[in-house]
Design a protein around this ligand. Structure first.
Ligand code: GAP
Length: 575
């Protein structure tokens, strides 16, 4: 059966005629003709081509096929616009309250596919950090009293430098403005006088042509009103971890906590970003997966599993260096690049986890952050950055927060947050922080997962974070085949498989729809399935197909999703 396919390449539509062909037990989608860029003409041309096909007069037009190949090549460049186009068209994510004009910028909703990927990334992180590293996970309030943020230092120090344009009457981030105009990296902690000087020296004007006023500091905390009178001053938290610090003494008492101990939390945070932009990578409301590892600073080198990563190479960009270096965890410690083994261990684990999430090693680095650029609470910072179409994007802040937070909260709350070691000696633990942005991780994973396959573009997501573990596709929509497909769906759903049942459109179109969102395995039920009690499984990345007995399907699928077996050997190989 022939069908028209529309592909968008950099905002332009291209139309193709394709058909589903059966080769043995396999069903493939094959190119027939390029139909141009206009929908009406494409429909007309498709009819002519189909007529020629029926008469046996159609000769494959190699030149036009090349157009499709060329367009596909461009199409696979998943740059920022392409991700946003895909995200919007398939409802991965899109602006919040979009049906209302003038809704504020910097808020994003996740639709079913995006939310499934989001949830699975969080679960993956939970598995790799909370479970494998024996951390404790908590869930704290998003609104906290102002006193907490006096203790944490946010009310005083959590501020961005901003400038006001007296013509268009808008505020801009001063550091970003100068960076964009000069091509130089300008730390946000640069003193306001220095920023004024840079604006003047580089003759930077607003894009509306207006002049900027003097740079000022703008506190990024979002205030909230609680209670009728709003008498208790409260704020939405700007980082998830504050609840972890507030919970520490309780955990030590009630969970028989022994250092070193990680406490983790996933949740929403809020920052009054003056210029929210680039969709989910810089928004006002976003989510963090934070792990705070509490340890005795005198025992920073006593870490049980260090040997597992001793020789593992970590990609670091050191201060003053131009090139990324691969340095083993052991050398990072011996050369005193990091303060101790505990820190090298968690840098290694972080790199491993984000690599498993789909970020290639060659596109990642830990950038050592200069004193001037570090957060006010950090003694040493290694930002985990990923190369994207937006440039190097910080996904994770790795901070040595020392005893800064516990001391601050002790002072402001009047509560003793000391920890008693086994020998009775009391210490204020130090903290190593791994603060990952959920939204930026989603963006970087999507961008890095796009691939050009034989049958089109697909998202090569790790099956653990794909929106659906598999798709069930009946080849016909009625009779025994359809009933059997519904039985397969029930069988898999009863075993907690996360699947999509896709019954409409040609099989080629259904494969393409699932490839595009990263469904790793498509299960096709056809006439032979009724006779032989088996199904075809198609692998997204290779488009190879195998035949598997329905009685083995759950087991085979589980092992495929866990990447425990090679696809081609998981059933009767068809091709
Ligand atoms: N507790 C430390 C902390 O919050 P951070 O560098 O301010 O450190 C950590 O934030 C991570 O949160 C960043 O690496 C980034 O992934 C994410 N993040 C920060 N601001 C963001 C924003 N406006 N929009 C989306 N994600 C953001």
């Amino acid at each position: 059966m022939a069908y028209i396919v529309k592909q968008k390449v950099y905002g332009k539509d291209y139309y193709y005629l394709r058909k589903s062909v059966r080769e043995g037990d396999k069903v493939r989608s094959k190119f027939i003709a390029y139909l141009g860029k206009n929908k009406t003409e494409a429909n007309k041309k498709a009819k002519e081509v189909i007529k020629k096909m029926e008469k046996g007069e159609l000769v494959e037009d190699k030149k036009e096929k090349n157009v499709e190949e060329k367009n596909k090549k461009e199409y696979v460049k998943y740059d920022y616009n392409r991700i946003i186009e895909l995200a919007s068209r398939r409802s991965f994510f899109y602006p919040s309250a979009e049906i209302y004009p003038n809704s504020p910028k910097g808020f994003w909703d996740f639709g079913p596919i995006g939310q499934s990927i989001r949830r699975k990334i969080i679960d993956f992180w939970r598995h790799e950090f909370v479970q494998k590293e024996d951390m404790l996970e908590i869930h704290g309030s998003q609104i906290l009293p102002a006193t907490v943020f006096e203790g944490s230092g946010h009310l005083k120090s959590f501020a961005d430098p901003i400038v006001y344009c007296n013509k268009c009457k808008k505020y801009y981030r001063a550091d970003q403005l100068i960076s964009e105009a000069t091509g130089q990296h300008i730390p946000e902690s640069t003193p306001t006088e220095k920023l004024d000087q840079l604006i003047s020296e580089n003759n930077i004007k607003c894009k509306c042509g207006g002049e900027f006023e003097k740079v000022t500091k703008f506190n990024m905390m979002v205030e909230s009103i609680v209670g009728k009178e709003g008498d208790a001053r409260t704020f939405l938290r700007p980082e998830a971890c504050q609840s972890i610090f507030l919970n520490f003494a309780r955990m030590a008492k009630t969970m028989r906590l022994k250092l070193p101990q990680g406490i983790a939390q996933v949740g929403g945070v809020f920052r009054n970003e003056i210029s929210p932009r680039q969709s989910i990578t810089r928004s006002v409301e976003f989510s963090q997966m934070e792990a705070e590892v509490f340890f005795n600073p005198n025992k920073i080198n006593e870490i049980e599993n260090f040997n597992e990563i001793r020789d593992y190479s970590i990609r670091v960009l050191l201060l003053g260096k131009e090139n990324i270096e691969d340095i083993s965890a052991e050398d990072l410690v011996n050369k005193k690049i990091v303060p101790g083994k505990l820190i090298a261990y968690f840098l290694a684990r972080t790199q491993q986890v984000w690599n498993k999430l789909g970020i290639p090693l060659e596109k990642m680095r830990f950038r050592e952050v200069d004193k001037d650029e570090r957060a006010f609470y950090s003694l040493s910072t290694f930002d985990f950055e990923v190369e994207t179409s937006l440039g190097w994007l910080e996904l994770i802040a790795n901070n040595y927060r020392t005893d800064y937070d516990l001391k601050g909260h002790m002072k402001h709350s009047g509560t003793n947050l000391e920890y008693a070691e086994d020998d009775g000696k009391k210490i204020i633990p130090n903290i190593w922080e791994i603060s990952a942005g959920v939204d930026r991780t989603i963006f970087a994973v999507l961008e890095n997962s796009s691939r050009q396959g034989k049958e089109g573009v697909y998202l090569s997501l790790n099956p653990h974070i794909a929106p659906y573990g598999c798709a069930v596709l009946p080849l016909v929509n009625k009779g025994g085949v359809f009933d059997l497909a519904k039985d397969v769906k029930k069988l898999l759903k009863d075993s907690l498989f996360d699947l999509v049942f896709d019954k409409s459109g040609s099989i080629g179109r259904r494969y393409a729809r699932n490839d595009e969102i990263g469904t790793p395995f498509c299960i096709t039920i056809d006439g032979d399935s009724l006779k032989n009690k088996d199904v075809t499984i198609r692998d997204r990345d290779t488009t190879h197909q195998i035949r598997v007995k329905i009685s083995n399907l759950k087991d085979v699928l589980r092992r495929l999703i866990n990447q425990e077996i090679e696809f081609d050997k998981a059933g009767k190989f068809i091709g």
